[in-house]
Design a protein around this ligand. Structure first.
Ligand SMILES: Cc1ncc(COP(=O)(O)O)c(C=O)c1O
Length: 272
């Protein structure tokens, strides 16, 4: 099991004793950006990708980048002598507070049943600056998860105002049809998922065609297999979307999931 540790501006405490000033903009307004990095057998997967996305998120909401050396020193410290799975969480608030912590992997049930929910706060890239940013203001995402759970699902499938399929509140959604791997266009304002990027690379290496574009729930329902994934979740096949059962046979999803797990647990994709 990983040793849970938090660093706030470089000062270390056990996770359950770390604290933030009540006046910090991260507390008062949820103002800042964050990253959740999967740690597999003690090593972070695609850390550079996460640090670059953090900088893009900060820039999108008008905040300066955090000095990379400080962040890397904190990350190295929380990961020293760790050999188990965990979640490396990084937050940078508008007050300038830098939080780096290592926690146990989130204990979550597999996502089997998603319920469509509107996500009017997600707008296409180019229509306003924060589009696609992974900001600390996740209230709307969490409200959509709860609404989906009240409707009997495990979580939500977020749809744009126009009815286009986007993503889950904390995970990416992809599907396969006739041997093609589909995903919604990131330019619709989705979080640019790093596990989705890794899955696309794996699929391309296995000679599967990959397409991204504008799709509706009907497109997803016509799929042979539908999957969810995030940096701290394995690939999980979906069995139900709204009131519709999905195919139970998921050979390609299983293959992609196994290949991703292998990459996460090997040197492939781990930054030097
Ligand atoms: C809204 C949203 N979409 C997608 C993802 C998946 O991104 P990643 O694969 O980089 O974890 C996340 C992860 O936190 C997310 O919050």
């Amino acid at each position: 099991m990983v040793t849970q540790l938090a660093l706030v501006n470089g000062v270390a405490s056990p996770l359950d004793q770390a604290g933030l000033a009540l006046t910090d903009a991260g507390v008062t307004r949820g103002d800042g950006a964050f990253e959740t990095v999967g740690v597999w057998d003690g090593a972070p997967f695609r850390l550079d990708d996460h640090l670059e996305r953090l900088d893009r998120s900060l820039s999108a909401i008008g905040l300066p980048a955090t000095p990379r050396d400080d962040l890397r020193a904190d990350i190295e410290r929380v990961l020293t002598d760790q050999a188990a799975d965990g979640a490396l969480r990084i937050f940078v608030t508008a007050t300038g507070t830098r939080i780096v912590m290592l926690t146990l992997p989130p204990a979550r049930a597999p996502l089997r049943h998603l319920v469509s929910q509107p996500a009017p706060w997600i707008r296409p890239v180019g229509t306003y600056a924060p589009a696609s940013a992974k900001t600390m203001s996740y209230g709307p995402n969490m409200a959509a998860s709860r609404a989906a759970q009240r409707a009997g699902g495990d979580d939500a499938l977020l749809l744009s105002l126009e009815g286009l399929v986007l993503e889950g509140p904390t995970f990416t959604v992809m599907w396969l049809r006739d041997g093609v791997l589909f995903a919604p266009d990131v330019a619709l304002g989705l979080v640019d998922s790093i596990s989705r990027r890794a899955l696309t690379e794996i699929a391309e290496a296995e000679q599967l065609e990959c397409r991204s574009g504008h799709y509706t729930v009907a497109d997803v329902l016509a799929a042979d297999e539908v999957l969810t994934c995030s940096s701290v979740r394995p690939v999980c096949p979906l069995s139900r979307l709204d009131d519709h059962e999905l195919p139970v046979d998921t050979p390609l999803t299983d293959r992609l999931g196994t290949a991703l797990d292998r990459r996460r647990r090997s040197a492939v994709g781990v930054d030097p």
